[in-house]
Design a protein around this ligand. Structure first.
Ligand code: HSE
Length: 305
């Protein structure tokens, strides 16, 4: 077992679905949590600062996904001597993969403690099993835009990564309310009409083609969806109006990030106008929130000693 004095982990935010790729396509985003982990503490300490600044010294370990991840890979490790300090910029419970980020961090730390017994592919399998959302955990590990397919014969996930062109910008609008993925999924229909399936399959294929060719002209069409976004936006007409105003400002496409409530706006230029339009729409609807201007990240989670 490798126990260094201190290690660091940098873990990216992710957006699940990317509109048309419901439950299978995800994207890593250049917003990061930075963790420092030391192993000589007198007791288990987890401290957070930044966007999720709950600071506490004792926690229910079963509720903490970093600890879940460590124990899933290195069950023999005595977690009562670990101190984790996390500087967070990934908004919590907002559709930006904060749970996946915590779990993937734990798995990577556990693997380090276990002499890197497992490959990233193995860790990805474990993460999907625990967290349930390949469109968040896979880009978290590998960066870029990822496609995840479950192969029943081998009982294994197949993943592919596409590097996203650097000139693509992302604006994230995060409203000041949170949502719960589990509850939000319960509202989705159990089966869908064939036309809705075809609608998404064709657009997800177009999305991959657009990114492979570095051609964003059809990005709006490629990210449209008929499987989940409308249900998720029900009850939040102001979010739909913000998405429309971003398009009026010259965006290339807009999506609900994961299960929401954050939305993502793709752009290449016009960011100043889009920012203005979003803020105007939010103001008209009395909706408070924050905007982060960022980019996709082709780099996934990193551990340094
Ligand atoms: N594919 C998942 C969902 C992503 O839409 O519920 C959750 O972040």
């Amino acid at each position: 077992m490798l126990i260094n004095k201190e290690i660091s982990v940098k873990v990216p935010a992710t957006t699940g679905n990317v509109g048309s790729g419901f439950d299978c396509i995800g994207l890593a985003v250049d917003i990061w949590n930075s963790l420092s982990i030391s192993f000589n503490s007198h007791k288990l300490i987890i401290e957070n600062s930044g966007v999720n600044n709950s600071s506490y010294e004792s926690i229910k370990t079963e509720d903490n996904l970093i600890i879940t991840g460590i124990q899933a890979v290195c069950p023999e490790f005595d977690i009562s001597k670990i101190r984790i300090f996390s500087e967070n910029t990934i908004p919590f419970s907002n559709g930006l993969g904060s749970s996946a980020a915590a779990l993937c961090s734990g798995l990577l730390i556990g693997n380090h403690l276990n002499d890197n017994k497992f490959s990233l592919e193995d860790l990805n399998e474990k993460a999907i099993k625990i967290e349930g959302h390949p469109d968040n955990v896979t880009p978290c590990f590998f960066g870029g835009l990822t496609i995840s397919i479950f192969n029943e014969e081998n009982n294994k996930w197949i993943t592919r990564k596409i590097d996203v062109p650097n000139e693509l910008n992302i604006m994230v609008f995060t409203p000041n309310f949170i949502s719960n993925t589990y509850n939000s999924r319960k509202k989705l229909p159990k089966s869908v009409p064939r036309s809705a399936a075809v609608y998404n399959i064709s657009r997800a294929a177009l999305l991959i083609d657009s990114l492979n060719k570095n051609d964003f002209t059809l990005l709006n069409e490629a990210t449209k969806d008929s499987l989940h976004q409308n249900t998720r936006l029900e009850g939040f007409p102001e979010m739909k109006s913000i998405m429309n105003s971003a398009m009026d400002g010259g965006a290339l496409g807009t999506i609900v990030s994961g299960s929401g409530p954050s939305i993502m706006i793709f752009s290449k230029g016009n960011e100043f106008t889009i920012d203005y339009e979003i803020k105007e729409a939010a103001r008209k609807h009395n909706l408070e929130g924050s905007i982060i201007l960022t980019k996709p990240s082709n780099q996934g989670i990193l551990l340094s000693k």
